[in-house]
Structure formats: structure tokens, C-alpha cells
Design a binder for this molecule. Structure first.
Ligand SMILES: Nc1ncnc2c1ncn2[C@@H]1O[C@H](COP(=O)(O)OP(=O)(O)OP(=O)(O)O)[C@@H](O)[C@H]1O
Ligand SMILES: [Mg+2]
Length: 241
């Protein structure tokens, strides 16, 4: 029986590419409203981990359960529908559709799901993210920070249970990165959105409440961030020794 208080449960996840094991028996549970960050060296499998959770890759062993649904038990079609409804993805390249406006990009996942977008709700979301004035603009005419906010709006539009963000601030300057994380945190605190983010930057990780350190395919340390970049950095370096 799975505990109802966990929105995301990962159990015994294993993944190899060819003969190379990348993830070895990873488990992680997040309660509703958690804000967690996975840190680890380049190539340690952070993106692979998020892709497995999002159902974009299939694990060799183990299970991913979101809002009580085990992903591997779903057909491809059902998994795609499930993803649109329950998981918000913010990846580094944002994947905005260049020929669609800001508003159209944000409502696209809802339309693909056959849902009627709630115009008031979407407008309120764009307002909250400070991009309402750009609702009819094309992505090519936006700044990097604005594009990032569109990606968050799109990730939030369907009220997902979990937002997965893979190094979402990788291409931003520091002020934009902080403003982006502030928005994520606001979504987490005000709407109780559960967030799992990947970052190698302690300043970014400090927005999360807990850090899970991935090394050699396993979680080797999990701790409360205290929202303190210096503390995170020290602990991270100690773990990497
Ligand atoms: N499709 C794939 N085919 C083969 N090997 C892969 C594939 N995807 C990832 N890998 C390998 O798996 C390992 C983990 O990759 P992953 O992208 O998950 O790392 P990461 O922790 O996200 O790294 P970074 O911090 O550089 O983004 C790497 O050695 C990578 O080369
Ligand atoms: Mg990566």
C-alpha cells in the first residue's frame, strides 16, 4: 500500500546505457509541497533520473509512482496523457514552439489533452509571472528570462502534481536565475506545488528545502539546505571527496 502523502515515489530505479550502469537502485519519496534539488557531478545521471521520472525513458528495474499511479503500468498512450496532466517539465532548452505565441504555447498541453483552457486562469498565471504583456509575442522575440517564464507557465497550466526542472537556469545570468528560482519557490509556497529540480549551483539549490546528492549512480547524501549556499557547497564538496 503506497502512502497517500507522497506525491512522488521512486523505488529501486536502475538504468544502464549499453554495458554502463548509470543509475543503481535509486529511491526517493517526495511529499506534497516538497521542494527538492538533486546535485551531482556532470555525467552522474541527474538528467537520466528526471527523464525516467517524466516517463521519457524506461527504467531497467524499479518503479515511479506519481499521485498514486505507477508509470510503468500505463500504456504509451496513457503515459503520455498522464504526463500532460500530472507532470510539468521545465528543461534547459524549454522546447517552446517557435510558431506559436506565448499564450498558445502555454495552453498547448491543455489543448492536446482535449481540455478547454480556462482563459482567466491562464491570464492570471501570465500576470503572476510578469509576461502578460507578451501574451501574443512569438518566442523568438522574447529574452531568455521571459522564455523561461513561459516554460514555467506552460509547466503549471495543467495544475501538475509535480514540476521537474533540469538545470533550468543553466543559460541565464545570475539576476535572471535568481528571479526564476524566486518564481519557482513562490509556486511551491503559495500553490503547494511539488518541485524536483536538478542543479549543480549551490545558490540555486538553496531555494530548495532538501538536497539529494547523486554520485556513482546512488544517492550518497540527503540533507536540509537551510537555504544556505555556503552550507550546501561545503557539504557537497565533503561528499565528493
Ligand atoms: N541516450 C544515451 N545513450 C548512451 N549514454 C547516455 C545516454 N544518455 C546519457 N548517457 C550517459 O549517461 C551518463 C549520465 O548522463 P546524464 O545526462 O544523466 O548526466 P547528468 O548528471 O545530467 O550530467 P550533466 O550535469 O552534464 O547534465 C553519462 O555518462 C552519459 O554519457
Ligand atoms: Mg544533465
Amino acid at each position: 500500500m503506497k502512502s497517500a502523502s507522497y506525491v512522488l515515489q521512486v523505488a529501486g530505479l536502475c538504468k544502464s546505457f549499453g554495458d554502463t550502469p548509470v543509475l543503481k537502485d535509486l529511491s526517493l519519496s517526495l511529499e506534497a509541497g516538497a521542494f527538492a534539488c538533486v546535485m551531482g557531478p556532470s555525467g552522474s545521471g541527474k538528467s537520466t533520473f528526471l527523464h525516467l521520472i517524466a516517463g521519457l525513458l524506461t527504467p531497467d528495474a524499479g518503479t515511479v509512482t506519481i499521485a498514486g499511479h505507477e508509470l510503468s503500468a500505463l500504456s504509451d498512450h496513457d503515459a503520455t496523457c498522464f504526463r500532460r496532466r500530472h507532470i510539468g517539465l521545465v528543461f534547459q532548452d524549454f522546447n517552446l514552439v517557435q510558431t506559436l505565441t506565448v499564450h498558445e504555447n502555454v495552453t498547448l498541453p491543455l489543448l492536446l489533452d482535449g481540455a478547454e483552457p480556462d482563459r482567466k486562469k491562464i491570464d492570471a498565471l501570465l500576470e503572476k509571472l510578469g509576461i502578460a504583456a507578451r501574451r501574443d509575442a512569438l518566442p523568438a522575440t522574447l529574452s531568455g528570462g521571459e522564455r523561461q517564464r513561459v516554460a514555467i507557465a506552460r509547466a503549471c497550466a495543467a495544475n501538475p502534481d509535480v514540476i521537474l526542472a533540469d538545470e533550468p537556469t543553466g543559460n541565464l545570468d545570475s539576476p535572471s536565475a535568481r528571479s526564476f528560482c524566486g518564481i519557482l519557490k513562490q509556486m511551491n509556497e503559495e500553490v503547494g506545488r511539488t518541485i524536483l529540480m536538478v542543479s549543480h549551483d549551490p545558490v540555486i539549490a538553496a531555494y530548495a528545502s532538501t538536497v539529494h546528492i547523486l554520485k556513482d549512480g546512488r544517492f550518497v547524501d540527503t540533507f536540509d539546505t537551510r537555504h544556505d549556499p555556503a552550507f550546501i557547497s561545503e557539504r557537497y564538496l565533503k561528499t565528493m571527496k
